[in-house]
Design a protein around this ligand. Structure first.
Ligand code: SF4
Length: 328
């Protein structure tokens, strides 16, 4: 990992208009990504992780969704200001994505060869035969046996794990600078999950690709990431290196998430910790700490004002009134 910042998300806000009110799915998210860094965005369902990353790629369906404000600076370009043609030149090329279920990304009616070659020809300006050679090379790297034959098969002829390997090969085939992986292993068996994560880690570190991985699993971020952002109710409540977050978590929500992970060294019969209460309804949220109904440290101020961000000077930032009152 180097210090070169390649992506900066500043004040990103994405809302959805629904019959019940405005859903503030992402409400002021800031983070940056350095060349070669692996950043994990972790949180419960509905915390805004996936919407953040769909916003980065300008893939929010409008209506009902709308990016209300903020900037997504990739090198010197604000991706939110690009035309459709401009963002298409970056999406799948400089920044590519892997989704939870490969069947939703692979076209079941097309052979793998057609799908991979089309992408490579479009973005890499190679001939069809050169693109086919590149596609086979990537399938081999992704651990697909007999790649020269299997490239001409259809998605249904692959197992779930193999389809996800194909997706990884496809996502990395244009040498992207950033790979966004949205719950890439949630649809797979546990043993296959570990293989896919190892493969992603090995390939992206070999190719120097920066990764944003979205997950609800702290195990995944512990094994994969350099940096963690913890999201709650559409905002990042804590950010720090993986070592700092696991050794000295500050936000009560992060501490609760870590305590909820099953551990082999716990006594037999010990009850697994769970965070009390339910995630908040993000429709028309008041501007206070949304975690206060579930927080055992909640104070009066938590119920009336959103906490300012405290920076401990070690690139460890937390939004919680327990840590001083100084601003960003
Ligand atoms: Fe708990 Fe208050 Fe911190 Fe929110 S701001 S996490 S309610 S202590």
């Amino acid at each position: 990992m180097t210090d070169e910042t390649i992506l900066q998300v500043k004040g990103l806000r994405t809302y959805f208009n629904t019959d019940d009110g405005v859903v503030k799915a992402v409400d002021g998210v800031d983070f940056s990504l350095r060349k070669g860094e692996t950043l994990g965005i972790v949180g419960e369902s509905g915390s805004g992780k996936s919407v953040t990353n769909l916003s980065i790629m300008n893939l929010i369906p409008n209506p009902p969704g709308k990016i209300m404000g903020g900037e997504v600076i990739y090198h010197d370009t604000d991706l939110l200001k690009l035309s459709d043609k401009g963002i298409r030149a970056i999406r799948g090329n400089k920044i590519s994505m892997i989704f939870q279920d490969p069947m939703t990304s692979l076209n079941p009616f097309l052979r793998i060869s057609n799908q991979m070659i089309e992408t490579i020809v479009l973005h890499q300006k190679l001939s069809k035969s050169e693109a086919r050679a590149k596609a086979i090379e990537m399938l081999v790297l992704a651990g697909i046996p007999a790649a020269e034959k299997r490239i001409d098969q259809y998605p249904h002829q692959f197992s779930g794990g193999m389809r996800q390997r194909v997706m990884i090969a496809m996502a990395l085939s244009c040498d992207p600078e950033i790979l966004i992986a949205d719950e890439p292993t949630s649809a797979l068996d546990v043993t296959i999950q570990a293989q896919i994560l190892d493969l992603m880690k090995e390939l992206t570190s070999r190719l120097g690709t920066a990764v944003i991985i979205i997950t609800h699993s702290l195990g995944v971020v512990a094994g994969m990431c350099d940096t963690i952002c913890v999201m709650y109710a559409g905002r990042i409540v804590e950010r720090g290196s993986v070592d700092i977050i696991f050794e000295k978590p500050m936000h009560p929500y992060t501490r609760g998430l870590i305590k909820s992970v099953p551990r082999l060294d716990r006594k037999n019969g010990a009850r697994l910790y769970s965070i009390q209460g339910q995630p908040p309804n993000v429709i028309d949220l008041p501007d206070c700490c949304p975690f206060f109904p579930r927080c055992e440290h909640a104070m009066d101020i938590c119920k009336t004002k959103y906490p300012l961000v405290h920076d401990d000077g070690n690139e460890h930032r937390v939004a919680c009134w327990l840590y001083g009152r100084e601003g960003k």
